[in-house]
Design a protein around this ligand. Structure first.
Ligand code: GAL
Length: 460
């Protein structure tokens, strides 16, 4: 691509939906805790995020998801907006503790009724639901008895997965087992910056293994109950490069790549954990039972890749275990978002090629991509030009990879609405639709208008 044509993409939209082919799945993504609110409606149980956000100092400005976007009550209007924007596919997650207040055993009929209404409403509007079983909101009752580091979670999760499949599988054909296992185990059980706020290897290593077992077991359960459903799972990933072309940085980048991009994927594909590149994780073998290698494997119909940035890696003697540091975008004189993540559209291109090389991946979907910028609501408009350009440039790279043969079949913007951005609270706004948290008023941002026009094929 010449310098000129790149500039053109930034200046004016040259993308055409039809370039991606008729069967390409377009959508938006959300997660229960980030949008629903209604945290104690009816007999909903607390999740680890309800408990974590109640502790002072864990989330910026002590924000919490008690009300969030009030999607629990406002979904009819929100879905109407989605339909007006021409969005054909809606990815959302189910709240485990809304469906099973204690995580196992008793089922909440009100929880089931809510998701039935939501799913039925989508279908009435011609919007296809894509359901994630687990997007980070573990029932607190299960955390009290050990959470993800406790191997019993495999049977707790199986019970939950079966309930979801049996309750909604007559209408939901697209499923994802987990959302970004590396992030919720790493941030929640190693760094302690996400719920449940545990730290250290002692929690992290068993959490990884049991999560990876649940990933495959969840797939098996969904498929055995719903043989015709499309069953996938999602992973976070970032294109990784060494800072300098020296042996130490190159090796450090390999370790980071194994941790961020391969740890949960490869066992599912039957390749085992990438322990050759992650020697410090070898103690995971202590938690493996005789048949586990087979149990870690599941033949997913698709892998959802979720990409926001790239990582530049430098060897570090002082960083325990990984001996690698990520060089922040701010120090590299590159463009970055409100999350301090580098804007690097080519990263998604490299990732699509990287994952297309795995023989056992049937197909790839981009189940999340998007950005937070400092949006401003002025005279009833949000002129978020940076986000428009971000989406255009990333999509241009998706198209380039696809045209070169990458196995990519869909794209979901993170996110439909501005929402609760975990430990960052409500300040970073990722939505195509602006939310005024005082009034709950929705305003389609210019990026949302752009996506609508693109989806309606009005841009040639
Ligand atoms: C992903 C996560 C989403 C959302 C997004 C933006 O890691 O799945 O819930 O928060 O990042 O940070």
């Amino acid at each position: 691509m010449t310098h000129n044509s790149t500039a053109k993409v930034q200046d004016q939209p040259v993308l055409n939906r039809s370039d991606f082919g008729e069967n390409f799945a377009w959508g938006v993504a959300t997660a229960a805790y980030q949008i629903e609110g209604a945290h104690d409606t009816a007999d909903k149980g607390a999740s680890i995020w309800d408990v974590f956000t109640d502790k002072r100092g864990k989330v910026k400005q002590n924000h919490h998801g008690k009300i969030a976007c009030d999607f629990f009550n406002r979904y009819p209007d929100d879905l109407m907006l989605m339909q007006e924007m021409g969005i054909p596919n809606f990815r959302f997650s189910l709240s485990w503790s809304r469906l099973m207040p204690a995580g196992t055993g008793k089922v909440s009929q009100q929880g089931i009724d809510y998701y039935n209404r939501l799913i039925d409403h989508c279908l009435e509007l011609g919007i296809t639901p894509w359901v994630t079983l687990y997007h980070w909101d573990l029932p607190h009752e299960l955390e009290k008895i050990g959470g993800w580091p406790n191997r019993d979670i495999v049977s707790w999760f199986s019970e939950y997965a079966a309930l979801c499949a049996n309750s909604f599988g007559d209408r939901v054909n697209h499923w994802m087992v987990l959302n970004e296992p590396m992030v919720f185990t790493g941030a929640g059980y190693f760094l302690g910056v996400h719920a449940p706020g545990r730290r250290g290897f002692g929690s992290f290593i068993p959490a990884v293994h049991h999560t990876a077992l649940c990933q495959a077991e969840g797939g098996r359960i969904l498929k055995s109950i719903l043989p015709n459903a499309e069953v996938g799972t999602t992973i976070s990933c970032s294109h990784v490069e060494p800072l300098r072309q020296c042996e130490k940085d190159i090796k450090a980048a390999q370790r980071v790549d194994a941790l961020l991009n391969r740890l949960f994927l490869e066992p599912a594909l039957g390749l085992g954990y990438p322990l050759d590149d992650l020697k410090f994780m070898r103690r995971i073998e202590k938690y493996m039972k005789p048949n586990d290698e087979a149990l870690l494997q599941f033949d997913f119909d698709f892998i959802g890749i979720q990409n926001y940035t790239r990582e530049i890696v430098k060897y570090s003697f002082w960083t325990p275990f990984l001996q690698a540091n990520l060089v922040p975008a701010k120090k590299r004189n590159v463009p970055y978002t409100l999350m301090n993540w580098e804007v690097y559209p080519k990263g998604i291109y490299h990732l699509l090629h990287k994952y297309s090389q795995y023989k056992n991946i049937k197909k790839l979907l981009i189940t999340e991509n998007g950005a937070a910028f400092a949006d401003e609501l002025k005279d009833g408009q949000v002129n978020d030009q940076e986000r428009v350009v971000f989406l255009q440039r990333y999509l241009q790279q998706v198209l380039r990879a696809k045209q070169e043969g990458a196995n990519v079949h869909g794209y979901f913007v993170w996110s439909f609405l501005d929402n609760f951005e975990w430990a960052e609270g409500y300040d970073p706004r990722f939505g195509l639709v602006h939310v005024d948290y005082e009034t709950q008023q929705r305003t389609i941002k210019n990026s949302g208008l752009w996506y609508r026009n693109f989806l309606m094929n009005k841009i040639k």
